[in-house]
Design a protein around this ligand. Sequence first.
Ligand SMILES: [Zn+2]
Length: 106
Amino acid sequence: MIIRIKRDDLVEVIRGRDKGKRGTVQQISSKDSLAFIEGINLVKRHQKATGTTTQQGGIISIEKPLPLFKLMPVCPSCDKATRVTVRVLDDGTKARICKRCDGMFS
Ligand SMILES: [Zn+2]
């Protein structure tokens, strides 16, 4: 399988409620094919105040992970959400290449 999206990538949401939004990948769960993205898919949770600690109750925002198929990496060269191909370089390392502009991902 081609690894399209990695940690610290800038990605764009291509489906769903947050379509068009961009954020940086904080964490990938490859087992579940989910990605946690900074500031995307925020859900408000009501948190109960717990009597024994100093923790305050109230509403907190948490990031829910998005399935990878709803995401596309944003090319650092052409600044567009794009498909990528993987190319093996001369030194044997694999690089992700933008299908739009042929630019290389970090
Ligand atoms: Zn590009």
